[in-house]
Ligand binder design. Structure first.
Ligand code: NAD
Length: 449
């Protein structure tokens, strides 16, 4: 099938590349001309494992094309995936202006009927607005549009694997024909007819993904409800960590035992600096906002958000307790990305920590395997290092903000020899207190005695 992808960010590129690998012909476009130039030149503008390989294969097989001309891409595909950003507005509501702009472009540029699919995360009832917008922007006698919702559940860092091996594919549709079209698009994924770079073509046998056909409103709600629930779980674990600190229990022991109960599950129960990124914080806010708008008070989500924001304050309490004075101290931030294996720093806890450290007059040094380039644009006053050992030379304290493998494996004996003071504050509960203390470190983390 011929598909169009509008928006070549994390979701758009992974969707485009993986659907091309599944045999479709994919036309991608983006307002960011520089990004399209890079993609046309064979460069990948984001860091995501396996994505370069999938793109390269698709390009070699002439299955994926990039153009800065939206009209060209819109006319080429029978089905259009909208993958543009939906960032939060100041009041927390989702900013849907990019979706609206794209709807206008589709309505004015399409010359044949199109199925328009929301893949961006949008609040429930956006589909209804999209149908209206496409009709309102269409010229008299314009083409026919159908609309569907196909929320994306990929996680940055494992996005290619998640797209090729989803646990569910949700399609919100208004009619059977649309459900069939989406079934056709995803059939190669469901039947595993693609080359999987994650498993070098030898994917382990596993249960096939569930292909769930719902209404458009339900599909939109499923995405927000899922993300908000996971955010809630993280905040729950973080309050347990606070409680553990007060009563001398160990959050790892508690959450591990909790997670063994299949009704609870072990994922997303890690205490620490909380969640960041382009999904959880904004989706939580948008869900709270949507609920309020329709007269439902989603109090527990507000609490989850509050707890998450407090993590930074709790971290600073630990920093102050250990360092006393922050001004003029050399403090090293280990990790800038909001999670390991991505270069995405949007809403990363490390950013707020750096902002506060700079405000208090610290000499801030930072390192990250992939995200330095992006952080430099935001914080030019920070001193960046590619090598964590270089960063730690002469440091008064190290703050672990993102649990990259490279940081999990730091040889603290070696690092400690060049640090001005052996002090580590672990925002991700990665290191063991006993081992750190044996190396002569002052060590603190969340929820562990
Ligand atoms: N990043 C994730 O892990 C993830 C996972 C699931 C869902 N989502 C959702 O998917 C959507 C996209 O997220 P992302 O992380 O890929 O964002 P992103 O910022 O990486 O990408 C968005 C892209 O859209 C482009 N764009 C904006 N307006 C445009 C327009 N009018 N026409 C063409 N291109 C336009 C931007 O230039 C950018 O390249 C969001 O709604 C997000 O919530 C993200």
């Amino acid at each position: 099938m011929r598909l169009t992808v509008i928006g070549c960010g994390y979701v758009g590129l992974v969707t485009g590349a993986c659907l091309a690998a599944a045999g479709h012909e994919v036309y991608c476009t983006d307002v960011d001309r520089k990004r399209i130039d890079q993609l046309q030149a064979g460069q990948v503008p984001i860091y995501e494992e396996h994505l370069a390989e999938v793109l390269e294969r698709a390009r070699a097989e002439r299955k994926i094309f990039f153009t800065a001309e939206a009209s060209e891409a819109i006319r080429a595909g029978e089905v259009i995936f909208i993958c543009v950003g939906t960032p939060p507005r100041e009041n927390g509501e989702a900013d849907l202006s990019a979706i609206d702009r794209v709807a206008r472009q589709i309505a004015t540029e399409a010359r044949s009927p199109k199925l328009v699919i929301e893949k961006s995360t949008v609040p429930a009832l956006t589909g209804v607005q999209l149908v209206k917008a496409l009709a309102a922007y269409s010229p008299p006698g314009g083409v026919k549009f159908s609309v569907a919702s196909n929320p994306e559940f990929l996680r940055e860092g494992t996005a290619v694997e998640d797209f090729f091996h989803p646990d569910r594919i949700v399609v919100g549709v208004g009619d059977g024909a649309t459900a069939s079209t989406l079934g056709e698009i995803y059939r190669p994924i469901l039947e595993r007819r693609f080359y999987c770079p994650v498993h070098a073509g030898l994917c382990p046998a596993g249960p096939p993904a569930e292909f769930l056909v719902t209404t458009i409103n339900s599909a939109e709600l499923i995405k927000h409800a899922s993300n908000s629930f996971l955010a809630l779980k993280i905040s729950y674990a973080n309050v347990i960590a606070d409680l553990c600190e007060r009563i001398g229990a160990d959050v790892e022991e508690v959450t591990r035992a909790m997670g063994l109960d299949p009704r609870i599950g072990k994922e997303f129960l890690r205490a620490g600096l909380g969640f960041g990124g382009f999904c959880f914080p904004k989706d939580l806010q948008a869900f709270i906002h949507l609920s309020a708008r329709v007269g439902v008070d989603f109090e527990i989500l507000k609490a989850a958000e509050r707890v998450n924001k407090q993590r930074i304050d709790r971290f600073f309490e630990k920093i102050h307790k250990a360092l006393w004075v922050i001004k003029d101290k050399k403090i090293v931030v280990l990790g800038l990305a909001f999670k390991p294996d991505t270069d995405d720093i949007r809403f990363a806890p490390a950013l707020e920590i750096i902002r506060k450290l700079l405000e208090e007059g610290a000499a801030v040094h930072a390192t990250d395997p992939q995200a330095i380039g992006k952080a430099k644009l935001l914080f030019p006053a920070v001193c960046y290092h590619e090598d964590p050992y270089e960063a730690l030379r002469g440091a008064d304290a190290a703050l672990l903000c993102t649990e990259w493998k490279a940081f999990r494996e730091i040889d603290w004996e070696r690092a400690g020899q060049t640090m001005a003071r052996r002090l580590v504050i672990d925002g991700r509960d990665v290191y063991q207190r006993k081992a750190m203390q044996q190396l002569g470190f002052d060590y603190d983390s969340f929820g562990r005695p």
